[in-house]
Design a protein around this ligand. Structure first.
Ligand code: COA
Length: 153
């Protein structure tokens, strides 16, 4: 993708059989590049996308598949209103940094317009994603703590 290019995208519904291989490939490449020590089960990842609920959209540019968005709606017992979740967003690396992510996040607000809040999570070391969400005015709300109990080796 050329520099300083503002890309305007379209959306279509996700089709598991047709689209999952590309999404898995992007995800694996993302982990290998940015989180090489992260354990990953491709079958579980693909099965989650297949069976868990939500609206799943393919992002298109000039008819080409350049990203994936998955949003969902939940009821939280501590909140009266419905909560929207961004379950997954991924832009093809060749199209990252062109404003596509921002456009997709605004589209997710349309998909989730009946919700009072949108929540999402990302790895604390995913600096690109953390910058991205801060730019979109997402604020830290809950923290996940983790303690290691055993080592596989
Ligand atoms: C995170 C992601 C969705 C952002 O999408 P994108 O289309 O590249 O983002 P945009 O071009 O719309 O950038 C919007 C803002 O995000 C931030 N950002 C984007 N890329 C960045 C980078 N490489 N470094 C730092 N900040 C970055 C900037 O604040 C940017 O605004 P600016 O261009 O005015 O500086 C994309 O990088 C991606 O798919 N990453 C891999 C998967 C992932 O990490 N998903 C999210 C976590 S689960």
């Amino acid at each position: 993708m050329q520099d300083s290019k503002k890309v305007s995208v379209k959306f279509r519904d996700f089709n598991f059989a047709k689209d999952i291989n590309v999404i898995s490939k992007w995800h694996v490449e993302h982990l290998e590049k940015n989180f090489p020590t992260q354990e990953f089960n491709k079958e579980l990842f693909e099965n989650d996308i297949k069976v868990l609920p939500g609206k799943k959209k393919i992002i298109l540019y000039n008819g080409e598949m350049i990203g994936f968005l998955w949003v969902n709606t939940i009821y939280n017992p501590y909140e009266v209103q419905k909560i929207g979740q961004i379950k997954y967003i991924h832009i093809d690396p060749s199209y990252q940094g062109c404003g596509v992510g921002i456009e997709v996040m605004y589209y997710s607000e349309i998909l989730l317009k009946e919700c009072k809040y949108i929540e999402l999570g990302t790895h604390v070391d995913n600096h690109v994603a953390n910058n991205f969400y801060k730019k979109l005015d997402y604020k830290p709300y809950r923290i996940t703590y983790r303690k290691e109990l055993w080592d596989k080796k």
